[in-house]
Write a protein that binds this ligand. Sequence first.
Ligand SMILES: [Zn+2]
Length: 116
Amino acid sequence: MIPSWRSLIFVTILGVVGCADEIPPTVSQSPAEGTEVVPPGLASLSPEDRRLVSKQKICPVTNEELGSKEEPIKMTVGNTTLFVCCPGCYSQVLKEPEKYLAVVNLPSTAETPSKP
Ligand SMILES: [Zn+2]
């Protein structure tokens, strides 16, 4: 049988809806509060550490978002607790703590610090 124009349109609509319905896979662990989305890299951090990370947002060395790839590394320089994205950045901060502490204290966004 020849399909009618109605069924053709129906199939088209189904296709569009099916596409838009695609949902990215969710993390098996359900969020505790339901207020914030926790990146996979931050899942194993304590709530307090997570709060610090979300305040700091980026690794001062690479400017990459903390926790976007893997668990950030917590470190303390002087009186400041900060997070870096990887062991390489950890040793960078140990080498030039003042430089990177200054970056951390910047009010987020906007400018990228000029490189030496
Ligand atoms: Zn790093």
